[in-house]
Design a protein around this ligand. Structure first.
Ligand SMILES: [Zn+2]
Length: 81
C-alpha cells in the first residue's frame, strides 16, 4: 500500500490515519470512530478503501435495523460479513 502520494485536490501530502466517519441518513446519524483512512495533511480530504467502505455499509445496514437515532460505533473489520 502506498503511504505517500499527492493529494489530487491541493497537491498536499496524503497520510495514513484514522478518522471519525459520519453518515447522516436524515432520521439517523451514524458515527463510526477509528475508521482507517488516507487523509490529506493539507486540506483534510479523506479517502477510504473499498474494504473499509463495505464495512461502513454493513454498519449502516445494522444501525438502520436497530432504528437508533444516533449510533456510535468503533470501526472493526470483523463487522464485514
Ligand atoms: Zn489536499
Amino acid at each position: 500500500m502506498k503511504t505517500e502520494t499527492k493529494c489530487p485536490i491541493c497537491n498536499g501530502k496524503k497520510e495514513q490515519g484514522k478518522v471519525t466517519f459520519t453518515v447522516d441518513l436524515g432520521t439517523n446519524l451514524i458515527v463510526i470512530r477509528d475508521t482507517p483512512a488516507t487523509v490529506c495533511s493539507l486540506c483534510g480530504e479523506q479517502w477510504i478503501s473499498d474494504k473499509v467502505a463495505e464495512n461502513i455499509e454493513a454498519v449502516v445496514r445494522e444501525a438502520k435495523m436497530k432504528n437508533r437515532m444516533i449510533e456510535v460505533v468503533n470501526f472493526s473489520l470483523e463487522n464485514v460479513a
